[in-house]
Design a protein around this ligand. Structure first.
Ligand code: ARG
Length: 268
């Protein structure tokens, strides 16, 4: 009985395979509006500045991990694209996209009108806000209080931008660092009296560096910032796939699972 079943099963599979093949045979006239099947899909290169825990960082094994990474992996799976992540310093990250060295960027990038001029963004996948980090004994209670202090930021970030507006872009009181952890180290060392950066990263850093003696100060005047995945300007095909993937992982609960695994239950 077993053998007969096996034979029948094999026969069925063969029949199915033939049916599947022959189905594709006739040049379907209806396919006129459908896009052609993706030609031997290339592995897309994702640029990320992996010094931004919990969004992107490098673990002991040298693997790039984090919330953003999990989101893009899930999006890629939904969208039927293959991706690999390459650590890319923030300072050159937008240029790398523009030059075609990276196909997409995920790096806790805030969607801004200025950046929209030179790249395209997916729909937003995360909400953030600036947050001020100061030493425990600091008198700072609001953003305006840092006006007279030395302030550390990561160069070219939205934190750099808001501090530039308050202190004046070319103020020598603004110390610009290559990465946010470097700015926070300088706060610990006393070289700056405040750091302004994305809330998720500041909160995570302080929670994991209790010896640093930091506290946070929030200010309701900081606008909500929306993170997006960036593609080269005009790459509408890839952008559509990414958006479709994002919608897919939101709809099937994958996004909520990823969110919970990094931040706990979603608050909104
Ligand atoms: N959200 C901020 C911005 O877009 C900071 C992002 C920095 N990201 C990073 N991986 N270093 O300017």
């Amino acid at each position: 009985i077993n053998r007969r079943f096996a034979l029948t099963a094999a026969g069925l599979l063969a029949a199915l395979a033939i049916a599947a093949c022959s189905k594709q045979e006739p040049a379907a006239p209806a396919a006129a509006s459908a896009p052609p099947p993706p030609a031997a899909a290339r592995v897309l290169v994702v640029g990320t500045d992996a010094a931004y825990t919990p969004f992107e960082s490098q673990n002991d094994k040298g693997e790039i991990v984090g919330f953003d990474i999990d989101v893009v992996k899930a999006v890629a799976q939904k969208a039927g694209i293959e991706v690999k992540f390459v650590n890319t310093p923030w300072e050159g990250i937008f240029n790398a996209l523009d030059q075609g060295d990276r196909d997409l960027l995920v790096s806790a990038i805030t969607i801004t009108d200025e950046r929209r001029q030179t790249m395209d963004f997916s729909q937003s996948y995360f909400d953030a806000r600036q947050l001020i980090a100061v030493k425990n004994d600091s008198p700072v209670t609001k953003f305006d209080d840092i006006k007279t202090l030395k302030v550390g930021v990561q160069n070219g970030t939205t934190g750099d931008e808001v501090v530039g507006k308050l202190l004046g872009k070319s103020s020598t009181a603004i110390k610009r660092f290559e990465s946010t952890p470097l700015a926070l180290k300088e706060l610990e060392a006393g070289g700056v009296q405040a750091v302004v950066a994305d809330n998720g990263v500041v909160v995570h850093y302080i929670a994991n560096n209790t010896a640093g003696g930091f506290k946070t100060v929030s200010d309701a005047n900081f606008p909500v910032e929306k993170y997006g995945i960036a593609v080269k300007k005009g790459n509408t095909e890839l952008l559509a796939k990414i958006n479709q993937g994002l919608e897919g992982i939101r709809a099937d609960g994958t996004y909520a699972k990823i969110y919970a695994s990094h931040f706990g239950a979603e608050s909104k």
